[in-house]
Design a protein around this ligand. Sequence first.
Ligand SMILES: Nc1nc2c(ncn2[C@@H]2O[C@H](COP(=O)(O)OP(=O)(O)OP(=O)(O)O)[C@@H](O)[C@H]2O)c(=O)[nH]1
Ligand SMILES: [Mg+2]
Length: 294
Amino acid sequence: MTTTAAAMNVAVTQLCGRGRRRRPAALRHDHRWARLLRLAVATRAVRLVWDQLLACSSCGGGGGARYRRLGPPHGPDVLPPLAMDDDAGAHAHTDADDDAADVEDVVGLKVSLLGDCQIGKTSFMVKYVGDGEEPNGGLQMTGLNLMDKTLAVRGARLAFNIWDVAGDSQSADHVPIACKDAVAILFMFDLTSRCTLNNVTDWYERARKWNKTAIPILIGTKFDDFAQLPLEMQWTIVDEARAYARAMKATLFFSSATHNINVNKIFKFITAKLFNLPWTVERNLTVGEPIIDF
Ligand SMILES: Nc1nc2c(ncn2[C@@H]2O[C@H](COP(=O)(O)OP(=O)(O)OP(=O)(O)O)[C@@H](O)[C@H]2O)c(=O)[nH]1
Ligand SMILES: [Mg+2]
């Protein structure tokens, strides 16, 4: 293990240690009961969605199950079957979505994006939600962008509420609100800028103060630029990124918003993991390709 990885381990261990302050038992139980209840409702809704999807894919998209697909036909909006090149065509919520589900059965999933300046967080979010969409939402502040993407299947809807915190120091105040109640936190760094990977430790530490349960995902951005670097350099970064991911107990993805690599897949991974759905992502440890490690 590298010295950096060891240092990261120590940081994470200390962090976890600090996080173990105990609350009164009654409070803990209330909180846990509310979470369990929410999770049970959410799980039922998503299982319904998932069953419909499986039914649909098993009949080749026609016949048996009836559901309305969102966006252009080439887009894998609603948790399509896994394929390595299935990242094309993310689409924003549109008016057409509104009549796709006439039941107000929305499962909201808050996801936070954290990382240094200029590493591609906003580009990643915009790529996922849909090209041409501007960051918006019920809350607009300097340094904080919100976007929603709703996936609809007949009577059920799944809404990703994405909170994108700018990487400058003034925007760090938004970390608590962005992380609280998030189901997943995406810790992002630029694959072509090593210090942005080293700074993930700070982002992780800040985020875990406010949320100890969200699924951690480590994302190396700008894979398209990274792939142009000499292979030895790529090896070094891959090793280091994998060590960070292990220390954070995070799944590691290399992605490119520009080339739409592993953008949709990350959100599908979150959904499958949250609801224990029968969808698994394949590991890819081939240097020169977009790494996926867990
Ligand atoms: N080559 C390449 N450039 C990218 C990619 N994603 C984003 N960029 C570029 O990186 C720069 C920064 O992108 P942003 O999405 O604004 O970065 P950010 O992390 O939101 O930055 P802050 O809001 O300042 O924290 C822009 O010039 C993007 O065009 C990518 O996948 N590949
Ligand atoms: Mg941004």
